[in-house]
Design a protein around this ligand. Sequence first.
Ligand code: SER
Length: 315
Amino acid sequence: MKDTIIIIGSNGQIGTELAIALRKKFGVSNVITSDIREPQHRGSDEIFETINVLDKEGLKKLFVKHKPTQVYLLAAMLSAVGEQYPQKAWDLNMNGLLNVLDLCLELGIKKVFWPSSIAVFGPHSPKTAAPQYCTMDPNSIYGISKLAGERLCEYYHAKYGLDVRSIRYPGVISWKTAPGGGTTDYAIHIFFEALAKGSYACFLSADTALPMMYMDDAVRATLQLMDAPAENIRVRSSYNLGGISFTPAMIATEIKKILPNFEMSYIEGDPRQAIADTWPESIDDEYARKDWNWSLAFDLPKMAEDMINNLKNKQ
Ligand code: SER
């Protein structure tokens, strides 16, 4: 059967690039993008629909109209913005997911992708090589909603047989679309400002290590997970994905190798530091490697070089 895909939240950092990759793979007319607002740029043959994922009736009409076989739900409020609007973050992240899961059951849509995050870990999770299964006590509203979402995904799979698949994305680094209010965003801002101003004032401390991943790897991982045979998918909550672990000081050093005059400074007291301090520094992704052959392509030097080249070409 031919696949038809709907991406919800397609204007965001990950949605934009997943849409490109999915259109390449399944054909432009078989991938419908949707978001709460029209995208800034849109190809003439691309199908886009305006939708608020919290509008369940509207969402149902969208699904009935396009009859998707797969839904990618990327609309979410991230960690830093979530702390400013906890109620809204909970509502969007939870009820958006419930609307999609319930409509997929009701309409017989079999396959769903939903992203989780390293934010599901908390202060009592292991700091290094955080394993798939361990203490999880997230204390940001974003992390709490993602952990609850993971439980829902596993529940809908176990109880109703819905083929829901998920990845705990590390901080995703990219140049095409700006990130939307996360704690890991410094690792993107730094590149833009290194090229625009030659300096960057970082809101995390020099030694705050966090797991990160280049967008090319994040997109490839997503397609690989969605392509894997269902019987290989042992984790129905969300897969750990390790990525590259680095600190602001390490990425600054890497940028200096390419832009020797780059200067880094640090701002103390940013509320995002408290969020970062509760997340692991590194992640163990043995389940992803075993179940669907995951392996990383971009290390820190390769990513920094690619980011700078792409941003220079964009200017
Ligand atoms: N990049 C996200 C954030 O910082 C983590 O999933 O909120």
